[in-house]
Design a protein around this ligand. Structure first.
Ligand code: PLP
Ligand code: COI
Length: 355
């Protein structure tokens, strides 16, 4: 794919204090845009100065939420090189989300090339400090100008980037999570496995309620019986029970996390048993009461590996591992971040260097 590059004439000042980046608040100098029309395919790929978009108020995405997105990071190594972590997985998930939402898919190699070229242009925006990165947000919008609900004929693929620090203000310290017992996030046959904006819009109410009570995010239960653990607002979950790591299986309602997949592989390589299966809240709290729940953590691109120190369920509060980071959680965090920031060797072929 040919990509036209138009550099900004007024580059922005880059953040000087990398300890205060936060998450997703500052944006880099450029954005990538590719147009799509049914019958024509993807065309007019360009990297242009970061700017507002202009659309008719009748545009489909504003009314029917025809939108999907991805999240990945560009990391800077101590030697100053820039690298991506398993970007092909984001490309494939983007296409799976597109398929679910009837948005156009893109050739895998083309999408990968667009991501790599964009990062090459924005390379100087990748922060230097360990734990910080350039968070990349590819997304696709359905932009037909009609109020009829139809299959999308016109779309745009975009990428923006944000130099970011840790997702939670807690950093690697344990977070408090509230189990949601009223709203549900997804049901089988719905859009749970797709990374579409609507999933997040519908989860905001529960997230807000949790925040008001001092919790970082909610842990969702299944949408049918509200009995089985699914995932947290922006991460998958894992529990170490009696030495075995248990994580909810992928049955269509949970986002298939790339960090989840990577952690499962790393744990298995280390000889730790991993079970991907249904786990009920009752089973979890029984293990907790019997002292068999050793650790709990979340996994996600933004959240990395985040220990869970407290779970609240039906008004009861349960502390996990004395609100301390567990051994396996710490090992996963170190192993994963070691690879991502180039401190340890990538023996999995997961790292993609940027020119
Ligand atoms: N679950 C949800 C709902 C998410 O938003 C995310 C973040 O992308 C994840 C899980 C973790 O997925 P990944 O590890 O691919 O970032
Ligand atoms: C990510 O981890 O990349 C996500 O997309 C989470 C996001 C909703 C902040």
């Amino acid at each position: 794919m040919d990509i036209r590059i138009e550099k900004t004439a007024t580059p922005k000042q880059k953040p000087t204090d990398e300890s205060k980046l936060g998450f997703g608040q500052i944006f880099s100098d450029h954005m990538l845009i590719v147009d799509y029309e049914n019958g024509k395919g993807w065309f007019n790929a360009r990297i242009v100065p970061f700017q507002n978009l202009s659309f008719s108020p009748a545009t489909a995405v504003f009314h029917y939420g025809c939108e999907i997105f991805e999240g990945l990071k560009a990391y800077r190594t101590a030697e100053g090189n820039v690298q991506l972590f398993r970007p092909i997985e984001n490309v494939r998930r983007m296409n799976n989300s597109a398929e679910r939402m009837c948005l156009p898919q893109m050739d895998e190699e083309d999408m990968l090339q667009l991501i790599e070229k964009y990062v090459e242009v924005e390379k100087d925006w990748v922060p230097n400090t360990f734990g910080t990165s350039l968070y990349l947000r590819p997304f696709i919008l359905g932009i037909d100008e009609t109020l009829g609900v139809h299959t999308i004929q016109k779309a745009q693929f975009l990428i923006i980037a944000s130099p970011s620090g840790s997702y939670y203000p807690e950093g690697i310290n344990p977070v408090k999570i509230m189990i949601e017992t009223e709203d549900v996030r997804a049901v089988r046959g719905g859009t749970g496995y797709a990374k579409c904006g609507g999933n997040y819009a519908a989860s905001t109410r529960a997230g807000h309620k949790a925040e008001l009570q001092g919790y970082s995010q909610v842990l969702w239960l299944d949408g049918v019986e509200q009995k089985y653990i699914e995932e947290v607002g922006a991460m998958n979950v894992m529990f170490k029970i009696d030495g075995t790591v248990v994580t909810p299986g992928l049955y269509g309602s949970v986002l298939p996390g790339i960090t989840r997949k990577s952690c499962i592989e790393l744990l298995k390589d280390k000889g730790i048993a991993v079970e991907e299966r249904k786990i009920s809240a009752d089973e979890l709290f029984q293990a907790l009461r019997e002292g068999r729940l050793e650790e709990a953590w979340g996994t996600g691109t933004a959240a990395v590996v985040s220990p869970i120190g407290e779970l609240s369920y039906k008004g009861e509060k349960y502390t996990i591992n004395n609100f301390e980071i567990g051994e396996t959680t710490q090992w996963l965090y170190d192993t994963l971040t070691g690879m991502q920031w180039g401190k340890t060797e990538d023996n999995k072929g997961w790292i993609v260097p940027i020119k």
